[in-house]
Design a protein around this ligand. Structure first.
Ligand SMILES: Cc1ncc(COP(=O)(O)O)c(C=O)c1O
Length: 389
């Protein structure tokens, strides 16, 4: 049997060892890392709300309700702020109800393992987030994965798999490592035709996509075709936590069955207050402006990368991967960029399939055009030196 230390050594040898970097100060478009100012090009803080004055002051006001929430809501009670945030989220998503979870990971594992069980069937895109996969495995339902965005393959699986049990089609709205978008219109039609529920994890679309920031479903005009809208509060919304927005029955069912809801201390007041401010901001003229700026930034950055000859893997959003291939070369690319003042992570297995390692660039509304032009130039210079382009 290998020891833990030996396994870690093996990860190092394969170029798959992971470690954390310490940054100073708040999350912003520039941060201090190892004593040096660098451009942040790897945060999911797409609208720059993580350090927004409105969220900061809401969090401070939230502390008027104390610091901790005491216990699970089924034990020590729902606080006023939980209720207010859920009402706000249901209004935002246009559903009967919303239910908070402590993170996107807790939401996906909780929702999927609660709604589905032995004898049921889950149909999942091959590139769905790890928390969806873990939720499906936890549920013990049949788990059928179709090739990325392949609707013909999904339909074949729906015809062949699953018996009398429940069926769930689940997908990322925006794929977190590729930045492309699920064909939700076709998926909603398939869900109706084959009597399946459709769940969309819109961790990266919420607040960012659609005319009013309601996410991928709004962008594709299919909000009503989605049965369970899962979204996170820690990415575009700049705060922390997650939710399921759905019918009253589904939310009530989750309160009674979702282990990550039942057996975990609920979100604390400061976070709840900041999240309410975030939804209000996203759902306002200011939110529209931020989304407009983000779209312009994304277009500029992609145009510069394409001109330099990079493969951005069909990205349709603010998540812009740069294809490299091998793990070692990807990490070297990332290391050299950091030396040049650009902070962008290399993404390796198991997060992405072997041989498809990439830099995952994420664009923010608070980047300036000159930040992005300079970053694209640096990426091109280092990419050329390393033979990526
Ligand atoms: C698609 C997707 N779903 C769920 C999650 C988990 O969300 P959280 O970071 O709130 O746990 C993430 C983030 O890593 C994600 O990218």
């Amino acid at each position: 049997m290998q020891t833990f230390a030996e396994e870690l050594e093996a990860l190092r040898a394969e170029g798959l060892y992971r470690s954390m970097r310490v940054i100073r100060g708040a999350q912003g478009s520039r941060v201090e890392l190892d004593g040096k100012q660098v451009l942040m090009l790897c945060s999911n803080n797409y609208l720059g709300l993580a350090d927004h004055a409105a969220l900061r002051s809401a969090a401070v006001m939230g502390v008027a309700f104390g610091v901790g929430s005491g216990a699970s809501r089924l034990v020590s009670g729902t606080m006023e702020l939980h209720e207010r945030l859920e009402t706000r989220l249901a209004l935002f998503k246009g559903t009967e109800k919303a239910l908070l979870f402590n993170s996107g990971y807790a939401a996906n594992t909780g929702i999927i393992s609660a709604l589905m069980g032995r004898g049921d069937a889950i149909f999942s895109d091959r590139l769905n987030h790890a928390s969806i996969v873990d939720g499906a495995l936890l549920s013990r339902a049949g788990f059928y994965r179709y090739p990325h965005r392949d609707m013909a393959a999904l339909e074949r699986l729906l015809q062949q798999k699953g018996g009398a049990g429940r069926r769930l089609i689940v997908t990322d709205g925006v794929f977190s490592m590729d930045g492309d978008i699920a064909p939700l219109k076709e998926m909603a039609q398939l869900a109706r035709s084959y009597d399946a529920l459709l769940m969309v994890d819109d961790a990266h679309g919420t607040g960012v996509l659609g005319a009013t920031g309601r996410g991928t479903g709004e962008l594709l005009g299919v909000m009503d075709g989605i049965d369970i809208h899962m979204g996170t509060l820690g990415k575009g919304l700049g705060s922390f936590g997650a939710y399921a927005a759905a019918s009253e029955t589904i939310c009530d069912y989750l309160v009674n069955k979702a282990h990550s809801f039942i057996f975990s201390t609920s979100l604390p007041p400061a976070v709840l207050a900041a999240s309410i401010a975030a939804v209000d901001l996203v759902d306002s003229k200011k939110g529209e402006e931020l989304r407009g700026r983000l779209r312009e930034n994304v277009a500029l950055f992609k145009e510069r990368l394409a001109a330099a000859g990079f493969d951005t893997m069909g990205s349709e959003t603010q998540i812009v991967p740069i294809f490299v291939g091998p793990a070692d070369a990807t990490m070297e690319f990332s290391r050299q960029l950091l030396e040049e003042g650009v902070f962008v992570q290399g993404i390796r297995p198991p997060t992405v399939p072997a041989g498809s390692c990439r830099l995952r660039c994420t664009i923010m509304a608070t980047h300036t055009p000159s930040d992005l032009e300079a970053a694209a130039e640096t990426i091109a210079r280092v990419g050329k030196k390393l033979g990526v382009i």
